[in-house]
Design a protein around this ligand. Structure first.
Ligand SMILES: *Cc1c(COP(=O)(O)O)cnc(C)c1O
Length: 378
């Protein structure tokens, strides 16, 4: 095994260079030149705020999600907060979220003034629809399922419960751009769907970015001003809001990345298929059923002796992540008054491990990952 030198050469102690990095955000040619050209265009026309690329990206993104409207914003978290505000969800209201997500999901509910209520998850690591009903109270206004790690949740079941109980559905599709369920793309089902395009996500900006999509004209007409001070026609303030705009420069680069997205997704899916075949029977792999297509935001295995496996892989130069080491209701911020159920989530969280799954992996690196996992259990 050869150890390549790390990028961060400022480390003084003899650090173990990572043979297989979890992610590699450097931008190689020819994409780099395309991105720079897109930026140069913006610098030439000078419409740095609300430039034509913002609208062009929104149109292209909405089409890709089978949606009528899209509003570009400055992050995935902002997308969730504005979605809640657009639905008039705030003080005194409750929103049901899965216990397992990045804490941004619950934080968005709190920032909007409402209270998250935590729902247990199933073996697919997504919200368990059969656990939702007992959590509904007269204060419940919405269900906010997350499509965890690039797998769309049982969104039809969630939508049916929401409909019978008079609730809204806000999809947190931050991790799932590119995934489909019965041929429907992530974000095509709820009253509103929100995406993050931070640099780690499947469709990644070169900085912070997010977007909200909907088919409802009324919702769109509120979301649109909410992205900047609640102002319509540039000067007339109708709602309380801050500054949540998407930069023109980010939109310009996102247009480049959107055009290249299918190719990128296909590469990620090939890595996943490689792992599926060779890890099956060694650890629990993220199975893909016939009606769905995963975007593999992460490739998450469920493994016995997870912590030992993680250390073992680290010794072999393989960087892995536990996504996420804390369930949202067990975060210090929520712990005291968290309401809901999350016993199965707790069990699953002791077993999950994300292994490197990105387009820059070489065959040698992929073999190194699967051989090392097999060696650990031998
Ligand atoms: C990344 C992420 C967010 C937050 O997105 P940002 O763009 O980082 O604000 C929200 N929810 C989930 C599930 C995420 O993975």
């Amino acid at each position: 095994m050869t150890l390549t030198t790390t990028l961060t050469s400022h480390e003084t102690k003899p650090s173990l260079a990572l043979d297989v990095p979890f992610l590699d955000l450097r931008v190689p040619e020819p994409e780099r030149a395309e991105l720079l050209r897109a930026v140069e265009n913006v610098l030439k026309h000078g419409r740095l705020v609300n430039g034509p690329e913002v609208h062009a990206f929104e149109m292209a993104f909405a089409a890709r999600c089978n949606r009528k409207y899209a509003v570009g914003v400055s992050s995935g978290t902002d997308a969730l907060v504005l979605a809640l505000r657009a639905l008039n969800i705030g003080k005194g209201d409750e929103v049901i979220v899965p216990a397992l997500s990045f804490v941004a999901t619950a934080n968005a509910v709190r920032v909007a003034g409402a209270e998250p209520v935590f729902c247990d998850i199933g073996d697919d690591l997504n919200i368990d629809p059969t656990e939702i009903k007992p959590l509904i109270t007269p204060r419940t206004k919405a269900i906010m399922p997350v499509h965890w790690a690039g797998r769309i949740c049982c969104v039809d079941h969630v939508a049916m419960i929401a409909k019978t109980c008079g609730l809204k559905v806000i999809e947190d599709a931050s991790q799932a751009f590119g995934a489909t369920f019965n041929d429907n793309p992530a974000g095509s089902r709820g009253d509103i769907a929100c995406f993050s395009m931070n640099p780690m996500k499947t469709l990644a900006a070169l900085g912070e970015a997010g977007i909200v999509v909907t088919d409802d004209r009324e919702i769109f007409e509120k979301l649109d001003p909410l992205r900047y001070q609640g102002v319509k026609n540039k000067e007339v303030c109708h709602y309380l809001s801050g500054n949540h705009r998407l930069d023109t420069i980010q939109a310009a680069m996102l247009l480049v990345r959107l055009a290249r997205f299918n190719e990128l997704l296909e590469k990620r899916r090939q890595v996943a298929k490689f792992y599926d075949m060779r890890l099956n029977g060694v650890v629990a792999t993220p199975k893909e059923w016939g009606h769905e297509k995963l975007a593999y935001y992460t490739y998450t295995i469920q493994a016995d002796q997870r912590d030992k496996l993680k250390d073992f892989l680290a010794q072999r130069g393989i960087e892995t992540k536990i996504q996420h080491p804390f369930l949202m209701p067990e975060q210090p911020l929520y712990k005291q008054q968290a309401r809901g159920t999350w016993s199965h989530a707790k069990y699953l969280m002791s077993r999950v491990l994300c292994i490197p799954c990105h387009e820059k992996l070489t065959d040698g690196q992929m073999w190194h990952v699967v051989n090392s996992i097999a060696d650990f259990y031998r």
